[in-house]
Design a protein around this ligand. Structure first.
Ligand code: ATP
Ligand code: MG
Length: 577
């Protein structure tokens, strides 16, 4: 299902407004963005970032960046650093940087409290047995035979789990809730498991690790989060989130967080409210770290920041401005209905931002030489052009002009179809900013391919001359052959060529839908000044599209530009293929 984006709607904003009006949390607003550092962030994470940091900013609240690092095996510092860079690039900064692992001791003490209160027990069932006992959607589960262990026995076993006395998987700590609950998440869920794996933040201090649901709600409460925003698949987990917090009752047990105070970490214990919203999905792409990781590992793309990737670092390198991503998610709104937004809507936001912010330049990507017969061999002049057609504040620049210029090959046709308004044998066209030229001769190679065109320039149509306003149907751009700089230009297109690459109903997977034309590299000629562009500087190459100097590879000696987006949507007409 593809939805057009209409009026922006954000039901969470409304909840915050209403709760503040009612004086809840004393009017305070605190959110967090909690990525697991097991990959690079994608555009979907961008939605969560814009929402969490945006709400905090709007209401004068705080937003923490919290690394949800409770799963030691899959995490890495490379991901931690990329996530920080991506959040900042999107235009946000965190109030505090936290790690779920900062709270390992708190989680542990809370677990001992649950055990002492008879709300948790150590279970010796294997993973397979646990599955057996759990029941199904239609059948209740059965109590674990270890459910009635005494508090003392549970405490002793749990402490020995922590001390490393048991093998991975030998025992778990489970909440004692209700094996007959209609919500399977409440059927005595695991709170802790044994994992003898070093952790990127805590080394080998721990060999038991908390489960996501247990760790997440306590982390939120410890940080004083007021609104814990997460995606819809956690809706069924909310009763467990609330159960854990109610049983542990942190606000009335400050002793449980004392270790944090000792460690100098600010705490401000709250009873947070979990609110779920629909994931952001885009057509023509996949947004799962696991699948994106596979593309990288199998060499199907050049890395996490390949400009075709839907990762934040990929679209950054592609030249998408952060403001376009913020605008896009703002317009998409926040609801509880899953939907997929057209990628072209995002590209529309990119064009909108770049149209206003990118200076104009000339570049020729498929060069054909045009020689002006009635200019001297050494003719040289500089012409002045505005950097932006609609905004004088961008100023002007000079562009060298000489007797030979490069034009786009497609701007000349020997046998033009009807309606072709550019250069043809014997025909006239305006060279932008120069005047009107007429084609008087064509060079060809042995195969008949056109290798150059010869023109005369009508001196009467030059700037300030009486014929300067004379009308011809077409205007084309050019760069001086003598002055232009050669550049590598990477013409990117969509990575997948079907609307929903995730759809495997026909037995194909997303890998079968890679667009073979998603990258074409050409050598073109650009205005000399473009060589000095700073990496990541964006331009409109007139008549061609928006381009960005490559973040990694561009230099004055070896200019490299990436096509961010064409000037018009070329996918609309092929949609659905
Ligand atoms: P993935 O499935 O791609 O691995 P994830 O949800 O496992 O994503 P996390 O690192 O756990 O990735 O996500 C951090 C935060 O970003 C979570 O709060 C998660 O709900 C949110 N998030 C992830 N994907 C999206 C999305 N497509 N739209 C909105 N929020 C998202
Ligand atoms: Mg996850």
């Amino acid at each position: 299902m593809t939805d057009a984006v209409s009026v922006s709607h954000n039901f969470i904003r409304q909840i915050v407004i209403d709760e503040r009006a009612a004086g809840k949390h004393g009017g305070r607003v605190a959110t967090r963005f909690p990525p697991e550092p097991n990959g690079y962030l994608h555009l979907g994470h961008g939605k969560s970032i814009c929402l969490n940091f945006g709400i905090a900013r709007e209401f004068g609240g705080s937003c923490n960046l919290r690394f949800d690092d409770t799963n030691p095996a899959k995490e890495d510092v490379e991901y931690v650093e990329s996530i920080k860079a991506d959040v900042r690039w999107l235009g946000f900064d965190w109030s505090e940087l936290r790690h779920a692992s900062d709270y390992f001791e708190v989680f542990y003490r809370c677990a001992e409290k649950l055990i002492r209160d008879g709300k948790a027990f150590v279970c010796d069932l294997s993973a397979d047995q646990v599955r057996d006992y759990r029941g199904t959607l239609t059948e209740p589960g059965r109590n674990s035979p270890f459910r009635d262990r005494t508090v003392d026995e549970n405490l002793d076993l749990f402490r020995r789990m922590r001390a490393g006395e048991f093998a991975d998987g030998a025992r778990t700590l489970r909440a004692k809730i209700d094996m007959a609950s209609g919500n399977i998440n409440l059927r005595d869920p695991a709170l802790y498991r044994i994992r003898k794996v070093p952790h990127q933040n805590t080394g080998d201090a721990w060999c038991i690790y908390p489960m996501y649901d247990y760790a997440h709600c306590i982390s939120d409460a410890v940080e004083g989060i007021t609104h814990s925003l997460c995606t819809l698949e956690f809706e069924d987990h909310r009763p467990l989130y609330d159960w854990c917090l109610a049983q542990i009752d942190l606000p009335n047990h400050p002793e449980l967080v004392l270790t944090l105070v000792d460690a100098g970490l600010k705490t401000n214990v709250s009873t947070p409210r979990q609110i779920e919203f629909a994931r952001g999905n885009l057509d023509y792409t996949v947004m799962s770290k696991r699948k994106l990781m596979a593309l990288v590992q199998d060499g199907l793309v050049a890395g996490w920041d390949d400009p075709r990737m839907p990762t934040l670092s990929g679209v950054r390198r592609r030249g998408f401005p952060p403001a376009a991503i913020r605008t896009f998610w703002e317009r998409a709104g926040v609801t509880k209905q899953n939907s997929t937004i057209e990628f072209s809507v995002l590209e529309g936001c990119v064009r909108e931002v770049l149209d206003a912010s990118a200076p104009r330049r000339f570049a020729v990507l498929d060069p054909l030489k045009l020689t002006i017969a009635n200019l001297a061999d050494d003719h040289a002049e500089t012409l002045t052009f505005p950097n932006h057609p609609k905004n004088e504040a961008f100023g002007t620049r000079t562009v060298a002009f000489s007797r030979a210029v490069w034009i786009e090959r497609e701007d000349f046709m020997e046998i033009p179809p009807k309606g072709f308004h550019r250069l043809t044998p014997g025909g006239e066209v305006r060279l932008r900013g120069v005047g009107i030229v007429k084609c008087i001769d064509v060079d060809k190679d042995a195969s008949g391919r056109v290798t150059g065109v010869h023109c005369t320039l009508d001196p009467d149509t030059r700037h300030g001359m009486p014929g300067a306003e004379r009308k011809v149907k077409g205007t084309i751009h050019w760069v001086s052959a003598r002055h232009a700089v050669e550049a590598e230009v990477r013409l990117y297109d969509r990575l997948f060529n079907v609307v929903n690459p995730d759809d495997d109903s026909d037995g194909k997977t997303y890998r079968d839908h890679l667009n073979p034309g998603s990258l074409r590299v050409v050598r073109g000629f650009v205005e000399a000044a473009l060589a000095d562009a700073k990496p990541e500087a964006a331009f409109q190459f007139e008549r061609l599209g928006f381009f960005v100097a490559d973040q990694r590879d561009h230099s004055a000696n070896k200019p490299v530009f990436n096509r961010t987006v064409t000037l018009r949507d070329s996918w609309a007409k092929t949609a659905g293929r």
